[in-house]
Design a protein around this ligand. Structure first.
Ligand SMILES: Nc1nc2c(ncn2[C@@H]2O[C@H](COP(=O)(O)OP(=O)(O)OP(=O)(O)O)[C@@H](O)[C@H]2O)c(=O)[nH]1
Ligand SMILES: [Mg+2]
Length: 247
């Protein structure tokens, strides 16, 4: 059976993290999946790291791991730390999920099944039967807008290019130079997809309903949205005029 490592980046997710971990292991047991979890915590002031520490030493010993970083270093580098950990420990797949229940663990079996026919699987809002729940108009517009730009400017083919719910085959991660991913934050997701598509990897999508976070505060800021736009523009320039690629 293929082994998957779930990467949960956290910054102040104390109210969500233990319920989410419990839920993931429940799905794994019910569906007979081989799943372990690594939390990448950026020294969350609310003590998320301490909650995970307790679980990792207790009920989920040898199944739950934690990478502790000194401070808020961004979502992109948190994913990379998780990818490197999964590769080092010889996992077949690395799965990224938000730690606020927006990405429901009930979709994990369908995503892993889809990996039979693709290299990267996206838990997608924008394929038939996918969608969002409890989203205000401005969030819908930002998300749709970012995707439209990613299609037009980067030529990305996936329907949901900004989704953080993804499963990567280890071969995909091995083939990318993880140290040469430039963007951090949310634009990281588009950059990863761009590089995967450029290398000819097959991208699959399974529908998910993305639910707004249950508790806690959003970390998306205007600065993050602006940074995502800069990344898009940079890659568009590469595409149009050629440029040095490190991958
Ligand atoms: N380690 C780490 N995790 C982060 C950082 N920024 C965000 N996260 C985590 O990344 C995941 C996604 O961030 P969210 O704040 O939920 O952002 P979002 O899902 O786009 O926005 P909302 O759902 O509206 O809150 C969550 O699990 C966060 O805790 C960071 O700098 N470092
Ligand atoms: Mg979220």
């Amino acid at each position: 059976m293929c082994k998957a490592m779930i990467i949960l980046p956290t910054y102040n997710e104390k109210e969500n993290i233990s319920a989410l971990i419990t839920e993931i292991f429940k799905v794994a047991k019910t569906d007979g999946l081989s799943l372990n979890i690594v939390v990448v915590d950026d020294n969350s002031p609310d003590g998320t790291g301490r909650v995970v520490d307790r679980l990792a030493k207790g009920s989920y010993k040898n199944k739950l791991f934690i990478i502790k970083r000194a401070g808020k270093l961004g979502l992109g580098t948190a994913y990379i730390a998780g990818f490197k950990f999964a590769l080092k420990k010889q996992y077949d797949y690395a799965i990224t999920m938000d730690a606020d229940f927006s990405h429901n663990p009930r979709y994990l079996p369908a995503m892993l099944a889809k990996m039979q026919e693709c290299d990267i699987c996206i838990g997608s809002r924008y394929v038939p039967h996918g969608g969002t729940k409890n989203w205000g108009l401005s969030r819908k517009i930002i998300s749709r807008g970012a995707n439209t730009l990613a299609h037009l400017m980067l030529g990305l083919q996936a329907r949901d290019c900004t989704a953080g719910f993804r499963c990567y085959k280890r071969g995909v991660l091995e083939s990318l130079n993880l140290n040469a991913i430039h963007s951090n934050g949310f634009s990281f997701l588009m950059e990863m997809l761009y590089k995967c598509q450029e290398k000819g990897f097959k991208v699959g999508e399974v529908p998910i309903i993305f639910e707004d976070r249950r508790v806690g505060i959003s970390k998306i800021s205007r600065k993050e949205v602006a940074k995502a736009l800069i990344t898009l523009s940079r890659f568009t320039l590469y595409r149009l005029f050629g440029g040095k690629h490190e991958n």
